[in-house]
Write a protein that binds this ligand. Structure first.
Ligand SMILES: NC(=O)C1=CN([C@@H]2O[C@H](COP(=O)(O)OP(=O)(O)OC[C@H]3O[C@@H](n4cnc5c(N)ncnc54)[C@H](OP(=O)(O)O)[C@@H]3O)[C@@H](O)[C@H]2O)C=CC1
Ligand SMILES: O=C(CO)COP(=O)(O)O
Length: 333
């Protein structure tokens, strides 16, 4: 059986390991905490992230980087976007040479403004034919219950994308291929920001018209930036764009939407962060995406407003007024 190393044993690393195991791979997960690895091996459960779900027996876990990587012919990376560079620097010396590296992350690094595939390239020296992205409407709690879902495997080398597609095709998970890494990554990172804005509206008590307006203008903003960075606009109409946006903005399971709801109800970012240990990537990527857009000359009002509220620079009431008072324009501008 082929072995996959999954680095990261949080919500998505664990649920994606179930896809891989169901697809016939032997999976070794690397967990940051020794006790999480021990619990997975002893009880076949990840008690911190998916309590009560039995994991397939072809999944094991370790806290030892070398053991996790040994013999893997596919490496999957599932850490928070803002820590990936540091994590990967530790993992890189142990990773098998020449195997594909798959990013599951949906964020843009603060400071460098790099997408995750760019961070992977810079830290490992891997070329575009070895770096892939899996994205789409894939809320981990639904995936681990084996509810049917689809996703996109993107790699500049279509043959590599097809090989990974075959490795992640499980009875419940239907992967499509793409060569548009930029479009998939920007779609994945941006939908988290839009989900925070939609959550804010819900938290302020506004209904479906407001939320649908934000989702639609958010998609326009996502597409503007992605296309400027070289993406195919049709990618944003696909699973890694509209698909993920719809799932994340509408689901109570989304950490980003929930984060926004709490902001809308008046909680501060510090209080929200203290109330959950799970990552809501959009809280940081609203700032990096705003800066990335400024760098390439794209107007991204939604990312600016979300960033302003997350940073505490403005209140939700203030940005609501600002949004409604903006000069009107053509929809396709
Ligand atoms: N959850 C989902 O439904 C989906 C998530 N994603 C993306 O996957 C990525 C990972 O998210 P997800 O698994 O959900 O996040 P979680 O918050 O559920 O888990 C984060 C994981 O990263 C570990 N971690 C936290 N901080 C660090 C650090 N400083 N160094 C190394 N490891 C660390 C955690 O370890 P510990 O337990 O020890 O803190 C945990 O294993 C994100 O980019 C997210 O957007 C993509 C699709 C679906
Ligand atoms: O990316 C996701 C679903 O596709 C998960 O969204 P959240 O991180 O908001 O929970």
């Amino acid at each position: 059986m082929s072995k996959v190393a999954v680095f990261g044993a949080g919500s998505w690393g664990t649920a994606f390991s179930v896809i891989l195991a169901d697809a016939g791979n032997d999976v070794t997960m690397w967990a940051r905490r020794e006790e999480v690895a021990a619990a997975i091996n002893d009880t076949h459960e990840n008690p911190d992230y998916h309590p009560g779900t039995e994991l397939p027996h072809n999944i094991s876990a370790t806290h030892d980087i070398e053991k996790a990587a040994y013999g893997a012919d596919l490496v999957v990376l599932a850490a928070p976007s803002q820590t990936l560079r540091k994590n990967l620097t530790d993992w890189a010396p142990f990773l098998p040479k020449d195997v594909p590296l798959v990013s599951l992350m949906k964020g843009v690094e603060l400071g460098t403004l790099e997408r995750m595939s760019e961070v992977i390239a810079h830290v490992t020296g891997a070329g575009p034919d070895r770096i892939a992205v899996v994205s789409g409407p894939n809320l981990s709690k639904e995936i681990i219950r084996r509810e049917p879902a689809a996703g996109v495997v993107a790699c500049a080398d279509e043959d590599v994308a097809k090989t990974i597609q075959a490795r992640v095709h499980s009875p419940a998970f239907r992967p499509y291929t793409s060569t548009d890494v930029v479009g998939c990554e920007i779609g994945g990172a941006y939908k988290n920001v839009v989900a925070i804005s939609t959550g804010m509206a819900a938290g302020m008590g506004f209904g479906d018209n407001t939320q649908a307006s934000l989702i639609t203008r958010g998609l326009a903003e996502t597409a503007r930036l992605a296309v400027q960075l070289g993406a195919n606009p049709m990618t944003l109409m696909g699973l890694a764009g509209l698909g993920d946006l719809a799932a994340t903005c509408s689901s109570p399971l989304s950490r980003n939407r929930t984060f926004g709801e709490k902001l809308g109800q008046g909680m501060t970012t510090a209080d929200i962060l203290a109330s959950s240990h799970q990552v809501a990537e959009g809280a940081k990527s609203s700032h990096s995406l705003r800066e990335l857009a400024a760098k390439v000359g794209v107007d991204v009002p939604l990312a600016q407003y979300v960033d302003d509220v997350v940073s505490g620079a403005k209140t939700v009431g203030e940005i609501l007024d600002e949004m409604l008072e903006r000069p009107t324009k053509a929809e396709t501008e």
